[in-house]
Structure formats: C-alpha cells, structure tokens
Design a binder for this molecule. Structure first.
Ligand code: PLP
Length: 393
C-alpha cells in the first residue's frame, strides 16, 4: 500500500527555510519565513502570554477533555475580539481550531458539506495553503484578480469585474487585513463595494484574518470584516492567534460562522461534528492563554501595548526601507512598501532576480518575491536596498 505513494510537492517556504539553514554565509538574511521577529532576530514570547502561562500553571487543576467546540469562554472572547459589536451572539456559531490553518480547513469542509456545488473564489495570489487545502478537499475554486503587478496595489476594478461572475451561494475568500503574500489591502470604501456585490449576488464571504493588529491596529484591521458582518446574513471567519499573540506552536485559532438565529444550533452542532471527525477536541493551552489575557484588563492592556510596539516597529521598517530604496534606486518606484501593511510585501521581482538575491547577496525571499519586513532591522535595511537595485529590480 504505502509503496504506491508518490512524493508530495515540497512546501516552498519550508524548503527555503532548510536552504537558509544550510547556507554557511555569516551575513545571510532570511526574509522568507512568515514569522514575526524583533530587531534581534528573535520571535519573542509576549509578556502577557508569559504572565498568563504562570496564572494558568498555578490555577489549572485538570487536563481532562474540553468540549468538542473548545472552551466556550475562548469562543466568546474570540468573537468579541474579531467582531466587536458587529454581530449579536444569536447569530454566532464558533469552534476552537488548531490555528488559523485548522480554521480554514474546517471552513472549507463546512462549505463542501453545506454546498458541494459552490465555487470558492480566491484572490490571485493568495496564501498557497488555501489553494492546496481546497485542491486536497476537491472543492471547486476560481481565482479573482487582485494585485496589480505594476503599481503593486490592489487592482480593485479587475477584482470587481471578476467577482461580478460569482453565483448565489458561491464563497468569496478575502484576507481580513495584511494580505499574504502581497501586503496590499482593501480600503473601507472598497470593503463597502464588496459588501454591496455580495448583497446583490447572494455570494457568501469567508474572511481569513491571521494578522489582526499587525496592520493599522486591532480595531482598524477588523473594520472591513465587521462591515460585511453587519450587512450580510451569512459569513465564515477563520481567525488565527499565532501572530498577534505570538503563540505559533500552540496552534490556536477559531472558526466563526455567522448565520440566521434559526439554524444557529444546527450550524454549531455541525462545526463540533467536523472537529470530532478531524481531531476530536481542539488544542486548549493556547486558547486558555488567550482567554485569560482577553478577560483580564491589565493583561489585555499589556498585550495590546506590546502588539502595538510590534506593529509600529514594522511600520517604521517599512518607511526606512522605502527611503533606503528611494536613495539606492534614485526613484520612488518602491514607495508601495510604505503603503503596504502587515509582515509581507511583494516586491514584484522575477524568479531570476529572487534567485540572484539569494546566490549573490545571501538574501532569502520567497520565489514570488514576497519579503518578510519583520526579518529586517536598521542594519540590514540598507543592505537589502542596495542588493535590490544591484540585481535590477
Ligand atoms: N492564513 C494566512 C493568510 C496566513 O498567512 C497564515 C499563516 O501563515 C494562516 C492563515 C494560518 O496560521 P496558523 O495556522 O499558524 O495560525
């Protein structure tokens, strides 16, 4: 049986991580991996997370199973964090999941169960795992244009032209903020226009929000999603705590389904059923840390303050890089870097140029020229700027 298996395509980003590790050059720079790092190159444990772990260690009396949906207090805290006042509890069904990936996976399975003929529309480009999970599950998908290669901004006219073809019941997958891999995001009036299109066509939005608080602020980053939630009857949200709480390996996330109050219980039961089929009880440690932090005013304030430091640090790096590139290139064609938000920006380089950055300069980017801003610091910004110009980007 097992001998019949064929090798799976390697995950490009994980393969790049391996290549970087094997590179003996001392001055190599990793801008590939999608993990936040501070100026010292460390992915720190946030202060509030450490404090919550201490509280949990002191107060936890059992490790017996939680419910299939996870801890109800976590689900309520996440709905509040993501949705604010945009939807009442009577419309919300939700489960804890293993990270944002688990939330996306469960959402795709839910779509397949509820509407097997529905097409999931995905931005071109999108996070590659969206595509591979949809393909793995056999869910029909279609791309919609999103990124303008010249301006490196959202090509909103093209996006809306493509989405005009959605049918009632199709699902449109949008990134809530900090689009991965491009860094280019919708403005609020554009979210408004998307809401109108969804109302007109009867399509259902699915929002993947993996970087809330990394873009323009915790509330600002959820504003588009909340606008849709307040206007449309149904919506799916895959939320990740990996980045904004810095708890990547704890596998913490939530799938939230908004629906009419009447079917809410059945939707909730179906989400729990899907958890049961795939892994039974969701991971709990990270979820409990998040619940403690969000429920304790002092810890919450400290978490928000540290998250804000992280966000502002990345914004400062964006500005420094845009300026250094302006100086090195003698033009402002890289101004888009300061406009993008989140950890990533797509530089718009060819695969050959990305390869030259790696080979000649020891600078590692993902092949599509996505760079992780958080991999930079004040010392490496000018090095990158000179190398980008040297390879002709
Ligand atoms: N969605 C997007 C767009 C992402 O970039 C990521 C992480 O890279 C995720 C979801 C899932 O993150 P995790 O499963 O680590 O919570």
């Amino acid at each position: 049986m097992l001998g019949s298996l064929k090798p799976q395509p390697a995950d490009k980003i994980l393969a790049l991580m391996g290549e970087f590790r094997a590179d003996p050059r001392k001055d190599k720079i990793d801008l590939g991996v999608g993990v936040y790092r501070n100026a010292e190159g460390v992915t720190p444990i946030m202060r509030a997370v450490k404090a919550a772990e201490k509280l949990l260690w002191e107060s936890e009396t059992t490790k017996t199973y939680t419910g299939l949906a996870g801890d109800p207090a976590f689900n309520a805290a996440m709905a509040d964090l993501v949705l604010g006042e945009a939807a009442g509890a009577e419309r919300i069904a939700s489960v804890a999941t293993p990270g944002g990936t688990g939330a996306c996976r469960q959402a795709f399975e839910l779509i397949r169960m509820a509407a097997p003929a529905a097409t999931v529309w995905v931005s071109d480009p999108t996070w590659p795992n969206h595509l591979s999970m949809l393909r793995h599950l056999g869910v029909p998908m279609r791309p919609y244009r999103y990124f303008d290669a010249d301006s490196r901004a959202v090509d909103f006219a093209a996006m809306m032209a493509d989405l005009a073809q959605v049918r009632a019941g199709d699902v449109v997958l949008l990134h809530g903020c900090c689009h991965n891999p491009t860094g280019a995001n919708l403005t609020l009036p554009e979210w408004q226009a998307v809401a109108e299109l969804m109302e007109r066509t009867g399509a259902i939005p699915m929002i993947d929000i993996a970087y809330q608080g990394f873009g323009d602020g915790l509330e600002e980053d959820a504003a588009g999603l909340r606008l849709l939630a307040a206007r449309l009857p149904e919506m799916l949200i895959a939320a990740s705590c990996s980045k904004n709480f810095g708890i990547y390996r704890e596998r913490t996330g939530a799938l939230i389904a908004l629906c009419d109050p009447a079917p809410r219980e059945v939707v909730q039961g179906t989400l729990a059923h899907l958890n049961r089929q795939n892994f039974s009880f969701p991971p709990d440690h990270g979820a409990r840390l998040v619940t403690i932090i969000l429920g304790d005013p002092a810890l919450r304030a400290d978490w928000q303050a540290e998250l804000e430091e992280v966000r502002l640090g990345m914004l400062a790096l964006r500005r420094q890089l845009a300026e250094a590139l302006q100086e090195a290139a003698g033009s402002d064609r890289f101004g888009f870097i300061a406009q993008h938000r989140g950890m990533f920006s797509r530089l718009g380089a060819t695969p050959e140029q990305v390869e030259r950055l790696k080979r000649e300069h020891g600078i590692y980017l993902v092949g599509d020229s996505r760079l992780n801003i958080a991999g930079l610091n004040a010392r490496t910004v000018p090095i990158l700027a000179r190398a980008v110009v040297a390879v002709g980007i």
